[in-house]
Design a protein around this ligand. Sequence first.
Ligand code: CDP
Length: 229
Amino acid sequence: MKKIIIAIDGLSSTGKSTLAKRLAKHLNYTYVDSGAMYRAVALYVLEKKLINGGELNTPKMIIELPNISIAFEHNMDINSFDVYLNDVKVSKAIRSMEVSNAVSIVAAIPQVRQQLVRLQQQMGAQKGIVMDGRDIGTVVFPNAELKLFMTASANIRAKRRYDELSTNSSSPSLQEVLDNINLRDELDSTRKDSPLLKSNDAIEFDNSQLSQEQQFEKIMELVNSCLQL
Ligand code: CDP
């Protein structure tokens, strides 16, 4: 059976990972959350106190890069991957607001991107992969057979992310979540290296008004046509 690469890019909190996980499960493909890798680097930078009040000590971080190892391990219980930073499971820690506030600053550094893109390309070498992020269709897999670009209105995205995060009393407010996604979208879209861009051959989906089911069905039609080519 032919195997393809599915690249899913787009703004933050557009449901890329929910869609990617479902496609991967349905197709029996590997799912890779490239954002989790940038989040893990941001966590390392925070732990080492290399960022202060939004100011990143870039030279020191670049020196530290060879000491950062990121790995994914399949977790049968959640049918997903746990993320490890230097052999410590950080799947939960990388979702904190502190990490969300630092990640786009760290992700703008070319040396960080080079290291992670190399790893992502190795993971997709055998195809049969669904990867979501910001530069997957433009930089990581420019030859991906199917490229999707997800958008949705900022308020809807903030509400989705807020609902996801608001499971305990220390959860951020809706306004904090909205400010964070707006700031990240701005930083991700305007950085020099690999900005968030819709590739010319990507198919755009505004899912503000689409149910997950409707979206999945539409995208599976696209997947099936790619598989028949
Ligand atoms: O919160 P959300 O799921 O939307 O974002 P994420 O996929 O976890 O990515 C977190 C951050 O990592 C993004 O805001 C980008 O700054 C960075 N990122 C990137 O630069 N390139 C990627 N391929 C994936 C993520």
